[in-house]
Design a protein around this ligand. Sequence first.
Ligand SMILES: CC(O)(O)NCCCCN
Ligand SMILES: [Zn+2]
Length: 679
Amino acid sequence: MKMGTALIYDEEMTKYKLLWVDPVCKIEVPERLIVSYEALVKSGLADRCVSIPVREATDAEILLAHSEEYLEAVKKTPYMHLEELMTFTQKYGDVYFHPNIYHCAKLAVGATLQLVDNVMTGKVRNGMALVRPPGHHSQSSAANGFCVFNNVAIAAQYAKKHYKAKRVLIVDWDVHHGQGVQYCFEDDPSVLYFSWHRYEHQSFWPNLKESDFDSVGSGKGAGFNVNVPWNKVGMGNSDYLAVFFHVLLPVAYEFSPDLVFICAGFDSAIGDPEGHMSATPDIFAHLTHLLMNLADGKVCAVLEGGYNLTSLAQSVCQTVQTLLGDPAPRPAQLGGACESALESIHSARSIHKKYWSCLQHAAAPFPEEPSSKNRRPAQQGGSQGPEGDAGGDAQREEEKVEEKEEEEIVWPEPLRRVAPSLRSALLLPDAVECPDGCARFSPAHGPGPLERARLRKSYLKESEDEASVTLLYNLTALLGQMEKNEIRNGLALVPDVSMAATLLTSASLSKRVLLVWMGEGPVPSQIIEDEKTLVVHIDSMEPHEAHSKYYIPIPLKKGCGDTAGVMQAVLGLLLPLGYQYEPGLVLLARWPGYQVEGGLWQQLTCLLQGLALGHTLVLLQENETAPVGITASCLLGNAALSLGPLVAPGPEDVGSFERLRLRLQTDWPLLQTTAPEKR
Ligand SMILES: CC(O)(O)NCCCCN
Ligand SMILES: [Zn+2]
């Protein structure tokens, strides 16, 4: 499978700036690109990327999303003197022109198209274009919001035209609504546009009614426009992940794009003067990771906004480092989404339930409340932490946010993400061939007599032969090297999956182990009783009361035969549980003989690597060598194969998922999809 990450940047795009006084536009400065690129160079990330040169977009390419009259008008700007530039600028909103901005705008489009060419022809797997001017606000005949040409909209049209892309997903995590993209694909079912954005009941720029959650696209495009408005500032990591797990990812997997664009604006990060959000730069590593198993990994990230030079540079590095395949960082202490975010999630899910079968069970829209619809005065309500909203606090919070404006908002620098020298080690019977790229694991030295005796006493019946003792010892040695971060992940073929899982959960030094158990079982009771292990058991068992907070059976009528059902469970239950639990080790155990379709198994193996710094250990029954190759491919960092468009999950499964969610969400608030009083 293709590897490699493209980086497209040219300092020419730094050579324009605001030439007059304009408080709105003064934040869009050349230094945005300079600090981002310098951070990539300083961190060594730039050198690990495939450097692709920019080019100018042609007129024909620009006309894929803009009118001729607009292009002709912009063509005149290089010859304008200051007054003419200012007059020309007045025709548009919150944007400025400069004699060199047309040239830079063509380079920004050209850079994006270069990225598409390299990804679609397989020269690289994914990549990032560091460009300015940004694009997502510009419209067919209008510049807007610092944007001149709509880089991503043009690129999506280009991919459809030149690469026959059938379904293109655009994820816009910039803190502003990319209305230009929404307008461009309003009635186009082949382009799914997802955007979250600061909205505050239409009191935040660009103050559009059509930025609200009920703009779903029109005609054939109905359902292919997903807006998640933030009606409060201060949204954080839990809010962002909750939107991915409960709105974007289920829809994206059902849509099954063959290309993914990210309108990668980083004004949604902490410290940004526009966003006033609280999410930390490392969250973009997780957001990127969660998109990398769509479209066989073909992800094109294109810079949009981001005006705090510190959080911008850190966020760009987090994104590129993830595209390169480095281990994801430990997610910050996650709670549930705040009440306002839950209202937005609930609104988006309920308005889209009739378009997307993955949302068919979403709670019905709550009755139209006069307050939620009319435009309240701009209330920069402070953030509501996961502890929920308290009227008075919001007011005080807001003062805090305001006064914080004077002092610089600070946050911890993201921790270094160290990729172990050895990525994937496999414990295989000698007869089983070790796939390319992986190392056959053999510990530095074997077990001594005492170790043998202990293992035999604890885990084996006396009769067991020496080979079993050696295998158990090797398993603990592999685990040890993973937990010392000398090895990232591993796969073991074992004679007894239950025994291996029992050994590993007790031998692990991690405070928390996530055990994902696929298939009948039973899961050894010793593991279930052990507080430090969270067991998520996916199988066709009959729905029954969860034994405890740490043993969660997810019943699937047809077991893993129902791909849509399993993905529903993975995205909406398993991943939120895993992220909130924040394990130091992830075990993925497959019951002997349990049938899991290859693509599904790959999705699971890849997605789980976003947890525990990528320390994933897969356990298979030793005579089951068929999945070894596809599992190793994912452990090595290759993208999971695309599942294709998903159909509706079985209704009985959907029912049991919802009952499970309702029962668990008190203990696991990241499972919540609706605001408390609206349940
Ligand atoms: C690219 C962008 O979304 O960051 N532009 C924001 C423009 C804000 C104007 N008030
Ligand atoms: Zn923005």
